[in-house]
Ligand binder design. Structure first.
Ligand code: OTU
Length: 646
């Protein structure tokens, strides 16, 4: 049993508005229940602190964190605890956005709440909004502060008032905790540059290249084109600093217990501002060890679990998302294994699903998707996925090589084909994407581009080809219709709901031009939004199609995460066929045709599964019941069906 489940039992039925005394008692119970694990993890990572005051400092941080937590949030924590795994409900529909690019600032975002409500969005991931350097800052992923709002977005007060408004409207808020690195302007980095040894030990710094060179032998590069190597020379300090991401992002040295304690303090402060889900950015990289890739190390997992168990004592209603874009087995490990099962992160990005969807778009075949999803190691009960078509980052081709080989394809050639297909190297491909971080030594590259441009809308509009436009629209709705039916929380990238295209303006901005991910972070087009209800254009068709799918998803109890999922082999490799909650009357069968031609599926299969009776089937999406005369049901290109069980 995981710790959250134990806390639920210990809390009993605390009533709707428990007294402060009762709240404190419950805090003490949680602290007691987590104490042994916290202590064990802390001393396993920092054995040298056994006879120092460090562990006492940790306990004080928890007590202070709880004292500073607003009463309203404490009540919400208990309510969530009582509800159990609230994040597994099928009622969530998410959107991710950059506040400045979406609408300007936090005040204006509050005014946009009706936009989210109209679309059915009730879960928001706001990209970083805290202080950052004025030059290149990786969209805020180089942080100057973990808790102070950057003036471009407004004030701390604006943020508090926004979180209160979200709570009132039942909107769940996710924010980043850039746990692996700070900017080189962060107060600790400034101290380190000024020669303060204490703060130099907050980072990995070295007087010469000896140790960096040894590290480099096994460290992969994240941004090989723009930030080759994993160390940067800092002239003020006259030392080399570990910078795995950009050279202005300094990796925190978690082998130093003071770093953990300071970061825990930041985490608690951020949570106490009313954030519901904390996105642990790049958490796979948290622990570095020479001779390894320094990714997914056991110590990184213990560190994440330690953060989790501490946060849970203070704020049991706040959960953690693992941003681990790594191999499928490695992703599942962030839900926690062994005694850490269910005690690490509650949510993880389903990056395998995302990458395989794009593979199916390019190949028009679904076997890799089906096999990869079917082979996903089971996740522990209290956890869930974020399902997404694309995010603010690139699309990495992180499939399991053995799965590609099993299909008879050479993994390297196949990846090359995918890059060619999406990145404008094949005349016949409708996709308009760009290559991100091509590494000529390994041949690896990643893909950038907005959903609509990658699916052919941009090219179709240029060619003014109505057929191609409607084909792209259908593909957009098909991919989103798939993730809306998959187990987990669906996340839409803002702008995809109106089919926004690539944004090429980054090429003229000095702090962005080197990073083609900005191509898929367009500035929200409110003119298009205001024209939505009038003429029927592509944006309207996508928007209303998506709005309908979101509403439909929420009405279907069989689509909640806790309900089962089965990927069926329909005998047709162009179709994706999966079933949700098939053991019950709420069963739904999802069918999607990835091919450019019509494809068929045997009605006998649909009948055997219970989705066809007397030659009839009912599609929830258009609400129509249809009759099939032959033994085959035909799906037009990019058709998506959600069939109701009989
Ligand atoms: C994350 O992504 C963020 O999502 C990015 O926007 C940041 O640039 C980055 O961290 C640094 O803060 O390298 O290309 O394998 O892919 O953690 C995206 C994991 C990234 C990495 C992922 C990282």
């Amino acid at each position: 049993m995981n710790q959250a489940a134990i806390h639920k039992i210990l809390a009993g039925k605390p009533g709707s508005k428990p007294t402060p005394r009762k709240l404190t008692q419950l805090f003490e119970k949680r602290r007691g229940a987590n104490f042994t694990l916290i202590q064990e993890l802390f001393f396993s990572l920092y054995p040298e602190t056994r006879h120092t005051a460090s562990f006492k400092s940790l306990q004080k941080l928890l007590a202070d964190g709880f004292k500073n937590r607003p009463a309203e949030l404490k009540h919400q924590d208990l309510q969530r605890q009582g509800d159990g795994n609230w994040y597994q409900s099928g009622a969530w529909a998410g959107m991710q956005l950059y506040v400045d690019r979406f609408c300007g600032d936090l005040k204006k975002l509050k005014e946009r709440i009706p936009y989210f409500e109209a679309l059915g969005i009730n879960f928001l991931h706001l990209m970083p909004i805290t202080k950052r350097p004025s030059g290149p800052n990786d969209g805020g992923y180089a942080v100057n502060s973990y808790t102070e709002i950057d003036p471009r977005y407004g004030t701390d007060q604006d943020f508090i008032s926004l979180t209160a408004a979200f709570r009132e409207k039942g909107i769940c808020l996710m924010l980043d905790f850039v746990v692996n690195h700070t900017s080189d302007e962060f107060p600790w980095a400034l101290e380190a540059k000024a020669g303060n040894l204490k703060y130099q030990e907050y980072y990995y710094t070295f007087p010469d290249r000896n140790i960096p060179d040894l590290f480099e032998q096994s460290l992969p590069e994240v941004f090989p084109e723009t930030a080759p190597g994993n160390f940067t020379f800092c002239p003020q300090m006259e030392r080399w600093v570990m910078t795995v991401f950009n050279n202005y992002q300094w990796d925190l040295n978690y082998t130093n217990p003071a770093v953990f304690l300071s970061m825990l303090e930041n985490l608690l402060e951020l949570s106490n501002k009313g954030v519901d889900v904390i996105r642990f950015d790049a958490l796979a990289f948290l622990w570095k060890k020479m001779g390894t890739t320094s990714q997914n190390l056991p110590e990184a997992h213990r560190l994440v679990a330690l953060f989790r168990l501490c946060l849970q004592v203070v704020a049991p209603g706040v959960i953690i998302l693992a941003e681990a874009i790594v191999a499928p087995d490695e992703i599942v490990a962030y839900f926690g294994k062994g005694i850490l099962e269910g005690n690490e992160c509650e949510i993880a990005y389903n990056a395998t699903f995302m990458a395989c969807l794009w593979n199916s778009v390019a190949t028009k075949k679904t076997r890799l998707l089906r096999q990869s999803l079917g082979n996903l190691p089971p996740k522990p009960d209290p956890s869930t996925w974020i399902n997404y078509v694309r995010c603010h980052d690139d699309i990495g081709l992180g499939f399991d090589d053995s799965h590609i080989s099993a299909l008879g394809w050479d993994p390297q050639t196949h990846r090359r084909f995918l890059l060619d297909y999406f990145c404008q190297r094949l005349d016949w491909s409708p996709a308009k994407g760009a290559v991100f971080m091509y590494n000529p030594f390994t041949g690896d590259g990643r893909i950038t581009g907005s959903t609509a441009s990658l699916l052919g809308l941009e090219r179709a509009l240029e060619e003014e080809d109505a057929l191609k436009i409607s084909s792209a629209e259908a593909k957009i709705l098909m991919l989103y219709g798939i993730i809306l039916a998959a187990p987990g929380i669906p996340l839409i990238y803002a702008g995809d709901e109106i089919g926004m295209l690539n944004d090429y303006s980054y090429m003229e901005e000095a702090d962005k031009m080197m990073d083609s991910r900005w191509i898929n972070r367009p500035i929200h087009d409110w003119d298009t939004v205001s024209g939505l209800s009038s003429e029927k254009n592509h944006a309207s068709r996508i928007y209303f199609g998506l709005q309908h799918l979101i509403a439909l998803r929420k009405q279907q109890p069989g689509l909640a995460d806790v309900c089962s999922v089965h990927y069926h082999d329909s005998g047709n490799n162009h179709l994706l066929v999966f079933e949700r909650d098939g053991e019950t009357d709420n069963g739904i069968l999802i069918l999607a045709n990835f091919d450019e031609s019509p494809q068929v599926v045997r009605t006998a299969l649909l009948g055997a599964l219970g989705y066809m009776r007397e030659g009839q089937f009912h599609n929830l999406i258009d609400g129509k019941t249809k009759k099939v005369r032959s033994g085959l049901l035909e799906l037009p290109p990019a058709e998506l069906l959600w069939l109701r069980k009989y």
